[in-house]
Design a protein around this ligand. Structure first.
Ligand SMILES: Cc1cc2nc3c(=O)[nH]c(=O)nc-3n(C[C@H](O)[C@H](O)[C@H](O)COP(=O)(O)O)c2cc1C
Length: 201
């Protein structure tokens, strides 16, 4: 596994007790234990409004978000499921990230922060299906933005009882499934982004 490729992990929820934020943190631990260089991103750290095309300028935190996304060739997204799809927060975040910034030296090409990323999809839900349906909607959005989707994915069902008090996944099978997605993302990113191995994030 190419250990030096920067891996970005984030959840499509900012809820305090979010299951997907928990899954993101558990995944970061698993990836770091496997030797990966991980950035755990909290979307709540970005002050990004609901997208509106009439806003006079691109918010500064959208530029900051674009930079972070661009710096990481490999991503894991932990997607909550709302009404069979992914959250408005994820859609808003990705819509902003894919918007061109006219006359900006780096971001006139809207999908530059997304193109070519290798993305692994995880989801967590209190329900039996673990938010699996959110992943297929998110996959088509990401493919439209020229991301590469890892064939492996994992949906954590009954997620309310899946974590211990320290936030680790209780079941070995769940840890193994997360690790399999992380390993596949890093494997593919290592081949698609061989020039980035060893580079600073
Ligand atoms: C508007 C809404 C719709 C939901 N729809 C679904 C759904 O379709 N499938 C599902 O498994 N859970 C659904 N849920 C429950 C979420 O999976 C649950 O609230 C989960 O904890 C949200 O993710 P988070 O904990 O990371 O914030 C829904 C919750 C809300 C608020």
């Amino acid at each position: 596994m190419p250990t030096a490729l920067p891996l970005l992990i984030f959840a499509g929820s900012t809820r305090q007790q979010s299951l997907n934020r928990r899954l993101a943190r558990a995944s970061a631990t698993i990836a770091r234990d496997a030797g990966a260089s991980v950035t755990l991103l909290e979307l709540s750290d970005f002050d990004i409004p609901l997208y509106h095309a009439d806003l006079p300028s691109t918010p500064a935190d959208v530029i900051r978000l674009k930079e972070v996304l661009w710096q990481h060739p490999a991503w894991i997204i932990c997607s909550p499921e709302y009404n069979g799809s992914y959250t408005a927060l994820l859609k808003n975040t990705i819509d902003w990230a894919s918007c061109p910034v006219p006359a900006h030296a780096d971001w006139q090409d809207g999908i530059k922060p997304l193109r070519g990323k290798v993305v692994g999809l995880l989801s967590a839900s209190p329900g039996a299906m673990g938010g699996r349906r959110s992943q297929s909607h998110l996959a088509s959005l990401l493919i439209n933005l020229e991301c590469w989707l890892a064939p492996k994915a994992f949906a954590l069902g009954q997620a309310n009882s899946a974590f211990d008090a320290q936030g680790a996944l209780v079941q070995q099978t769940d840890r193994d499934r997360v690790r399999a997605v992380v390993n596949q993302v890093l494997w593919a990113a290592g081949r698609l982004h061989a020039d980035r191995i060893g580079a600073a994030p």
